[in-house]
Design a protein around this ligand. Structure first.
Ligand code: NI
Length: 176
């Protein structure tokens, strides 16, 4: 389909609560999913939520492939998750750095549940039900926050742990 422009923090549409999808396996839904996939891949993102391209529906895509430049990077299977429900498995949290295509060039330290169960549907309406940990759990929590109008800077507890990527990690200059 198409690479869409990603809304940036300050655009009021990013603060909206998105609506559930009611019709699965529908041409409009498949087109939206392809736009999300094309846009995420073009920008080399780990995930993207429909409201970030101006569509207020509860649809997210995420996935991280093995990258030869970062052999230690975590991999997350590419997943389209619709109408998600997240349930923490326990009270354990972990702080970690996050970025967002709607907040370019910045990174912030955010505490997330370390272990979660997530449930939802794929574009055909098939049930997804997974229990995951660590980076996978972080990506899902970050993307699903977008569906409730929450951007990661709103979750930063220590604002000294929020800044420009090239200042925080000079060795990673050139990334977005
Ligand atoms: Ni984001």
């Amino acid at each position: 389909m198409a690479i869409k422009s990603v809304l940036k923090m300050g655009d009021a549409r990013l603060w909206q609560v998105s609506e559930p999808v009611s019709h699965f396996d529908h041409a409009d839904l498949h087109d939206l999913v392809q736009d999300l996939r094309d846009t995420m891949q073009a920008l080399n993102g780990a995930g993207l939520a429909a409201p970030q391209i101006g569509i207020p529906l509860r649809v997210v895509i995420f996935g991280v492939q093995q990258n030869s430049r970062y052999p230690d990077a975590h991999t997350v299977p590419e997943t389209i998750l619709i109408n998600p429900v997240i349930t923490p498995v326990n009270d354990h949290t972990e702080a970690g750095w996050e970025g967002c295509l709607s907040v370019p060039s910045l990174r912030g330290m955010v505490a997330r549940h370390l272990h979660i169960r997530y449930q939802g549907f794929d574009p055909t309406g098939a049930l997804i039900d997974r229990t995951v940990s660590g980076f996978h759990a972080r990506v899902v929590q970050h993307e699903c926050d977008h569906l409730d109008g929450i951007l990661y800077p709103m979750r930063i507890q220590d604002m000294t742990q929020f800044g420009f990527l090239d200042e925080l990690f000079p060795e990673r200059a050139g990334e977005e």
